[in-house]
Design a protein around this ligand. Structure first.
Ligand SMILES: [Zn+2]
Length: 290
């Protein structure tokens, strides 16, 4: 990843740099991932590496400070070298939710006025736990907190989420080219432990850059604007996010399977554009469709 642009990583900052960055834009990025098989061609830390690198680019563009990524979450594929901190299916997390509540409360205490929790790992349960905790803490801490997987911000760019397939491989090729080796995929597909389009035929750094740009532009806009939202805007945001997570819980609950919430994933296609443009009433209406 290019080392250009201002310093935005918390752990690399000296106190005076932190003070200046926080005064310029009091938004925290909290990247989440895990350690998980992503095919023979990708580094095992893909989810956290991807989320962190996207947050760093967004902070350089729009402001804000990026926390170190968390490696570990809910679920994971049944393949080698994969850490499953809590198995799926579940609709909550005994580890991730309290950790998020703790870190978010600390961010508020330290002076942040908005947070974006970006999960690069997106089992169904992880997505629900992250969004639901973000909504709850937005109310409890009275600052806007967005909790979302990165693909939800770029579904209108064709990225519906995959696992080490066309898109995740392309993103890693763009963000960390040294960590992808397509020559490790031997023979014809299907390839072990990946889902989505064939990375050998469909993945490229250009494709990763195209999708990254959509996600980063939207994150940067949010990072810049969220600390300045008034209570009315924050309430509209919370209503929209609450409707979204309620819809996911309802569908998952009825089917007894957290993944059922994504069976109608196409309804979420405009979400990325709408959330960045603060069109919360439209998100709420979309989530409330039968
Ligand atoms: Zn992944």
């Amino acid at each position: 990843m290019a080392a250009d642009g201002p310093k935005v990583q918390w752990e690399l900052m000296l106190p005076h740099e932190m003070k200046a960055a926080l005064e310029a834009c009091p938004t925290a990025f909290v990247p989440l991932g895990t350690l998980e098989w992503h095919g023979y061609q990708n580094a095992l830390g893909l989810d956290a590496l991807k989320a962190h690198a996207l947050c760093v680019r967004a902070a350089r563009q729009g402001g804000g400070i990026v926390l170190p990524p968390l490696y570990g979450g809910v679920g994971g594929v049944a393949e080698p070298y994969t850490v499953v901190m809590e198995p799926e299916p579940t609709f909550s997390s005994h580890l991730l939710e309290p950790w998020l509540r703790g870190i978010l409360a600390e961010l508020k205490r330290i002076g942040f006025r908005a947070a974006i929790v970006l999960t690069g790992h997106y089992g169904a349960s992880q997505q629900i736990a992250v969004r639901e905790t973000a909504v709850r803490e937005s109310q409890r801490l009275a600052i806007p907190i967005l909790g979302t997987p990165e693909y939800l911000l770029a579904m209108d760019a064709g990225y519906l989420g995959d696992h080490g397939g066309r898109f995740e491989t392309s993103l890693l090729m763009a963000l960390h080219p040294e960590l992808v080796d397509l020559s490790r995929l031997e023979g014809p597909p299907p390839y072990r432990g990946i889902g989505g389009g064939d990375p050998k035929r469909e993945s490229s750094a250009d494709e990763g850059e195209r999708v990254s740009k959509v996600i980063v532009d939207r994150l940067a806009r949010l990072a810049r604007h969220m600390p300045r939202w008034d209570d009315t805007t924050r309430t509209a945001f919370i209503r929209a996010e609450q409707a979204l997570v309620s819809h996911q819980l309802e569908l998952g609950g009825r089917a007894g399977d957290a993944w059922a919430a994504w069976h109608d994933a196409r309804r979420y296609v405009p979400y990325g554009e709408w959330v960045a443009a603060e069109r919360f009433a439209e998100i709420e209406a979309m989530a409330r469709l039968p």
